[in-house]
Write a protein that binds this ligand. Sequence first.
Ligand SMILES: Nc1nc2c(ncn2[C@@H]2O[C@H](COP(=O)(O)OP(=O)(O)OP(=O)(O)O)[C@@H](O)[C@H]2O)c(=O)[nH]1
Ligand SMILES: [Mg+2]
Length: 1127
Amino acid sequence: MGLRSLDKITALQRHPANTRNLCILAHVDHGKTTLADCLVASNGIISTRLAGKLRYLDSRKDEQIRGITMKSSAISLHHKHGDQDYLVNLIDSPGHVDFSSEVSTAIRLCDGAIVVVDAVEGVCPQTQVVLRQAWLENITPVLVINKVDRLIMELKLTTQEAYGHLQKILEQVNAITGALFTSKVLEERAEKDKTEDKPKCRDQLYDWSAGLEEADDSHLYFSPEQGNVVFASAIDGWGFSIQQFASIYSEKMGIDSELLLKSLWGDFYLNAKAKKIVEGAQAKGKKPLFVQLVLDNIWSLYDAVVTNRDKEKVEKIVSSLGLKVMARDFSHSDPKVLLSAICRQWLPVSSAVLSMVCEKLPSPLDMTSERAEKLLSLGTRQFNSLPERTQELKEAFIQCSSEENSPTIIFVSKMFAVDASTLPQFRQRSLTLEEISQRRELARSRHAEMMAAGRLAGGDGTKDPNLPVTQQEVQAAGNTEAKMESLTVRNSTATEENEPKETFIAFARVYSGVVKKGQRLFVLGPKYDPAQFLCMLPDGCHASDSLPDVPHLSCCTIEGLYLLMGRELEELEEVPAGNVLGIGGLDEKVLKSATLSTSPACCPFTPLNFEATPIVRVAIEPKHPSDMPKLVHGMRLLNQADPCAEVLIQETGEHVLVTAGEVHLQRCLDDLRERFAKIEVCASKPIIPFRETVVLPPKVDMVNEDFGKQQKMAIIHLVKEEASPSLSDTVHVDSGGLVTLTTPSRQHTLSVRAFPLPLEVTHLLERSAELIQTLEQLNISVREGKNVDMSPRILEDISGLRAQLEKLLQGKKWRNAVDRIWSFGPRRYGPNILLNSVDSYHRTSVWQCLAQPDATVEAETQSRVLRDFDNSIISGFQLATLSGPMCEEPMMGVCFAVERWEIQSPAVPKHLDSSKQDPASVKAASEKSMEKKAKKAEEDGEDEEDREEVQAPDATAAGCYGPVSGQLIAAMKDACRHAFQAQPQRLMAAMYTCEIMATSEVLGRVYGVLGKREGRVLHEEMKEGTDIFTVKALLPVAESFGFGDEIRKRTSGLASPQLVFSHWETISSDPYWVPTTEEEYLHFGEKADSENQALKYMNAVRRRKGLYVEEKIVEHAEKQRTLSKNK
Ligand SMILES: Nc1nc2c(ncn2[C@@H]2O[C@H](COP(=O)(O)OP(=O)(O)OP(=O)(O)O)[C@@H](O)[C@H]2O)c(=O)[nH]1
Ligand SMILES: [Mg+2]
């Protein structure tokens, strides 16, 4: 990048009114990077001839090879629009579902977005997702309908048909925006009604000044006459908005351009006789204006240049448009070269798109107060309830001021790795004119010295004049070299290290103030809460002061500031508010994202919302075991460099990588091998997650015969290793599946029964996981007597959840069930319920935060004794639901009801009595219990509540069996497992929804592959006007590996699926099934060795986990016989 343009860009950075931060969003392959190429070419960074072919922003090797974008990357462009200079900070994002987290990181830093839609494929699943993401972040979109050339060349549509087609696409996109708007309006209206009903709801009210009546949605929609739509063909380099044509024709035809603008897109036609624009083109069978004035021209250009290659006509068109085309383009064998040479001059896509961006997208100064509040609101807390100093920062956001006294606020949305040697400070920069002349002088003097020395040595002419001979000469030459050395600008450290070293650059945006090199800033962790911690800091403190230790707050120094220029970085000294930038030196301080600020009153920004759930897990190990440290280091770097990948170490010691999908996995492995670890690594087969559940006993057997009277007894499928004899005498299972179990010390007796939750309830719990987590935290705070300012919205949501549960749990079995909920699990928010069905135990409800404060203590008195070990029951339940008995996978959709919980009065054995007297042994016992509890708490991620109990262990309970709480946890866990096994057990498989676009000729093969992999087609739709089908299907995750590749291979690359995690589905077959009825024996034979999918999955998981697998390796150990006649 030239110094002049860098200066220009730094100057432009100071004018937020003329800055636009935007990203390009679309479904995969709709042409984002190609469009970005055209925009980049307009700045002379790449040649216009290469625009569209180079894909400049796809800088990674694998991006170029695969032809898809995997990382979002930014570039700053300059654009002149009217008499104003604009700075456009453009971010290109990936469209593949696996990388949707990269889209989230990009959207957060922008104020606007260009949504690209393929003119043939129309709205696709990712188009909907990105529109929703843009909506949720409150950023303004504009639309580019790309690949219009395909309508001409591939679909061979007439101009009329193409117009209809484009109209439809616009309708589809607007339908999504409409749906988003209505849902928001309805939500707000519902909330408004609620708050009006109950004006005082424990907390501050929302500000409803932005009345819904004023809500105008007309600006939200895309419409060509509003100027927020561009029609383009990025590959051929053309694009236009109807404004351009309106101004061309208003001059030509003498029609008012305003009028033309209004009628150019719509049902208007030109009445040639009356020289008037009239409405009703369709009814009268006339050509709409758009077709006549716009599309016809483009179609005829393609016709002349590409289809007919009519040289004369082309020349006529070129001269009538007043363009200059080079002779070599005219005579090029590929007509597309000529076409793009003409189009680039006639309707350059870059100026159409960039002008639209400058006009229609907001500048950083237009930040709405709604967005500022959304960014700053801390989790469940309402913005109004934040400290005053924090609320004041909202002004700084809205003003986006770069004054000296305004606070600096920066958000880092991701960290990306670059090779340290490519950083600008290590790069050789071009010499300035002065330096060049200095060098010239030096060289000249050196030459003169050598000449003089040559003469001195006696001019016999045999000696090479260039070779220094005498001592002085050598010295003189050495001096010069030393001087030369001092003049070179290359930084010596770069040459010292040959090994490329990865360093991290933060991808960030300044929201307020100016960030300078060397500045000290606070790093606010996601859990930092100014309301809680601000008081711990002195007033007006600064990040460079020595400060007391505050949780989730640290300080950092800005080591480098960079302008992001696609593949390159340019060094900057300071960056004012409203700009996207790169920051160096945060490797140690920021993991993936963070908020940096000069003010400790600032809130951490709301976390990014990721659409994709990481689901594909693999275990990784180095090929050579000695490389383990390198792998650990590499995985740490990978974790930091990828917004979505997760890196964990399992209890087994395995290093596990969790990614969003197969393509993402591949990229992570490549990164690990080539950049971060630089070693050979082996990845296991993907670890497929399952869930375990129970179902209602079936009414018919496997051959559809009614069970009738021969009711199956509850069979406990104890696997051998678990059937320890010590347990079996304390467990009792009745025919109804009620499991009764006593702790080894015989103090507690528990009876637990398991039954399935209705499907809707499971789904509801799954959806509300976050809310349940909040509920749990709220309960803890209420129990601790803390007063929390909860937004009424959260309380409404919680009571909404309760009402929904009440509605879904109907019937005798579920009477009062919602109030009797004891806990959710695993991890206290999972989709399983623990019910309190003990008649004598009235514990406080999980909904206690909704109740009036005085009602909470009501039940305390009666059940004091039970309350002490309440937590052990919960912990036991958490452990049981975390790993079920089938293959140690988490449970789902199971309800455990504790029907009896009896406590024998402590018939304390003698030795315990004595220990009671001995304070030392009591201490030892309690320490042991603390250790054990702390370990438990760590294991299942329990929080304060448990620790509270850890601090006050029941000393009397310690005996030869260990503390009672520990025994009870184990007993409860076992009781749940046995109760689970007493019911018909099933596995649940993770399912993907899969959208495939395929042309009719390969559709059959797509179905073939789907069928082979147990896929279920949900629906199939034909895109109007094309022969493309969209197939939506469900596919088990377990069967999905290699699916994409197989489909591509079988269809010669014509179809490629998009897999998104959808839900968990119960596999109907029973993994433990053996024939029991006569019919079943008849049908399946004694061995029943037909394929059992569930058993296959279950055994695969058990084998992987090193658990016992019951299978016969040799069924009939008979001698093999040949089937020939003479045996
Ligand atoms: N016919 C035609 N093809 C185009 C046009 N624009 C892009 N393409 C082609 O579409 C394919 C995908 O283009 P990209 O620019 O890589 O698409 P993308 O949206 O960046 O894809 P991802 O980043 O992977 O989501 C390439 O083969 C391009 O050549 C266009 O206007 N017309
Ligand atoms: Mg791309």
